[in-house]
Design a protein around this ligand. Structure first.
Ligand code: BV8
Ligand code: ZN
Length: 249
């Protein structure tokens, strides 16, 4: 058991008494499932930089390259399973009366682990949409060597994810800020807290008076200002936190 759970009174109180809880996850929550993160060495962008691939301009310049990168990621994700960190968050949804899960990830692993309500800030890699008219197409085909054409306007398919320089879905963004501003306890899990506007959520939570807990093997740009940082992998730490809550509530 994480001994800080018994030594830090504020942390104990936050975990055992607070009812309105928000969890924000980033690529790190899927790392133990075998999905490479974005910015770590050997990560998804190890070979490329974000501007080369995750932008509309990159797709217009070289749709084939961008398409192949996403098809490779889709294949990777179709081969992996949720890890104990995803399952622990699905259990938290049942443990707390008022719970919101906000994810920057596009891999769908939270739903696969049983989370019922997931605010996907950056879309979902397992959907396509037409680059020109925006029509959404559920389901993907890993055999599509090049981007298919929209049956409505003939435009090229692109993954239904939010690229750099693109607006986030306004309903999801609104819901994410609403729940963050009214929660008592906010978890920032597996994110380098660098990509905006998601990265402003932990700050927003602090300004609204929530107790903010970070889980990450490395310190991040927000580590100095959160209430508590568990330095370690979320797949190991989250199940211990859930066990602690269930045993001491
Ligand atoms: C927008 C979908 C505006 C695509 C993604 C300068 C300053 C501030 C902002 C900007 C700026 N210049 C530009 C911007 C805006 C830009 C931005 O924030 N850029 C950053 C890089 C500076 N943001 C945007 O463009 C956003 N849109 O602002 O629009 C606008 C206004 C008007 C009109 C039009 C537009 C759109 C951002 C969304 C981009 N899309 N993903 C895809 O997936 O292909 S972002 C991408 O990064 C992923 O979603 C990823 O989740 C996200 C964030 O990264 P992390 O999740 O944090 O992943 P990372 O690898 O960085 O970190 C992993 C962490 O896990 C590490 O800390 C590691 O230690 C930890 N870890 C490792 N193992 C574990 C672990 N943790 C726990 N357990 C483990 N086992
Ligand atoms: Zn179309």
């Amino acid at each position: 058991m994480l001994d800080e759970l018994n030594q830090k009174e504020g942390l104990r109180r936050a975990l055992l008494n607070f009812r309105r809880v928000v969890v924000l996850t980033g690529a790190g929550i899927s790392a133990e499932s075998g999905v490479p993160t974005f910015r770590e060495k050997g990560g998804l962008w190890g070979k490329y930089n974000p501007e080369e691939l995750a932008t509309a301009r990159a797709f217009q310049k070289n749709p084939q390259l961008v398409w192949e990168w996403y098809q490779w990621r889709r294949w990777l994700i179709s081969e992996v399973k949720p890890n104990p960190g995803h399952y622990a968050i699905a259990e938290m949804e049942r443990l707390f009366d008022d719970f919101s899960l906000i994810t920057q990830n596009v891999d769908g692993l939270h739903r696969a682990a049983g989370s019922m309500i997931v605010l996907e800030m950056h879309g979902n890699i397992m959907r396509n949409k037409c680059f020109d008219c925006g029509k959404v197409f559920d389901g993907i085909n890993l055999k599509d060597k090049e981007p298919p054409r929209c049956d409505g306007c003939g435009g090229l398919y692109r993954p239904d994810v939010v690229w750099f320089g693109e607006m986030l879905p306004s309903d999801v963004l609104y819901a994410a800020f609403q729940s963050t501003q009214s929660c008592e306890l906010f978890f920032s899990i597996g994110t380098s807290a660098l990509v905006h506007p998601a990265a402003s959520l932990p700050i927003e939570a602090m300004h609204s008076g929530a107790y903010v807990i970070e889980i990450n093997p490395q310190p991040t740009v927000i580590s100095h200002s959160v209430d508590h940082t568990f330095l370690g992998p979320s797949g190991e730490i989250l199940p211990q936190i859930v066990d602690f809550i269930k045993a001491n509530r």
